[in-house]
Write a protein that binds this ligand. Structure first.
Ligand SMILES: [Zn+2]
Length: 304
């Protein structure tokens, strides 16, 4: 579950995902492609449902995409490999997993996108009504509580608390205790619904990105949209190279993601064609390099 069960999560709607981005900070070596880039499988969170061996298999397939295209030995798995590949499970994969439970198979289609949006709008409206009603009832509760306290005080000041008054006050207090419990459980339910709505927006924006549609902006906070949804990234920090995977929808998607990040490890940058492996957004399903990928590869490594 996500941390911090609060209604604030709802207010952060839309501050979430603006793009399914594949970030890459890459530093090409002096003599790229002359020596294979070595990599190793680091930590693989079990919640992805893949063993390290299966991740290694996916990495091998990803490496083969570039090797076949270039006719060169570009990558090699090695226990002390330079690039560590890690699968880190966080809200991104968790969101997709939860939603798959709710909505079934997630599709990157326009009609699926439209139906999700409609579903969201309905649920959001209902959420708003329930939240307003709860706020009113909480106010009413506080008023009755203040009332009761005043009556307690008045009764004890008078020093003449009859049995009737005493019973009446106690009944009132018990009622209020029950009311408080019911308000609390309504609030808990609403908090859960806020998380679900957050997930929905996340998914809707993910699909919007892959369909090249405008990102839905359910912005209720006035905060700028800053967070980017990265499926994975390649980093070279102080000579420590790593590929981190956060999200993939299936095995094929993972291979494509790894091919993209291994491309960065090799020294490739992003290309413009949205269907290319090296486009900044991983939106195509094809594992074949696009002409732009091949151009970048041959510019880096020299002709075949
Ligand atoms: Zn990238």
């Amino acid at each position: 579950m996500r941390e911090g069960p609060s209604r604030q999560v709802f207010w952060a709607l839309g501050a979430f995902l603006t793009a399914v981005l594949l970030a890459g900070i890459y530093l090409p070596s002096d003599d790229p492609c002359s020596e294979p880039v070595t990599y190793r499988i680091g930590s693989v969170d079990a919640r992805f449902g893949l063993s390290p061996g299966e991740v290694a298999e996916a990495a091998e397939r990803a490496a083969a995409v570039w090797e076949e295209a270039s006719g060169r030995d570009l990558f090699r798995e090695d226990d002390s490999g330079a690039v560590e590949i890690n699968l880190v499970y966080d809200y991104r994969q968790a969101t997709a997993d939860r939603l798959r439970g709710i909505t079934g198979k997630i599709e990157n289609t326009r009609s699926y996108y439209e139906s999700l949006k409609l579903w969201f709008t309905t649920r959001e409206a209902e959420f708003g009504q329930r939240r307003d009603a709860l706020t009113q009832d909480i106010d009413a509760y506080h008023e009755r509580l203040g009332d009761l306290n005043a009556r307690y005080k008045a009764a004890s000041r008078s020093g003449r608390v009859t049995e009737d008054v005493y019973r009446d006050l106690n009944e009132c207090r018990e009622e209020l205790d029950q009311e408080r419990e019911s308000l609390q459980s309504r609030k808990d339910e609403l908090d859960g619904e806020a998380l679900a709505l957050n997930d929905l927006v996340t998914l809707i924006n993910q699909i919007a990105q892959s369909l090249n549609l405008e990102v839905v902006n359910y912005q209720t906070t006035g905060k700028p949209l800053t967070d980017e949804f990265q499926e994975g990234c390649f980093e070279n920090r102080n000579g420590l190279q790593s590929i981190t995977v956060y999200y993939f929808s299936d095995r094929n998607h993972l291979v494509r993601l790894l091919a993209h990040e291994l491309g960065h490890a090799l020294g490739l940058g992003h290309v413009e064609n949205p269907d290319a492996l090296m486009h900044r957004i991983n939106r195509s399903e094809s594992l074949d390099p696009a002409p732009e990928d091949l151009e970048a590869l041959s510019a880096l490594c020299g002709g075949k």
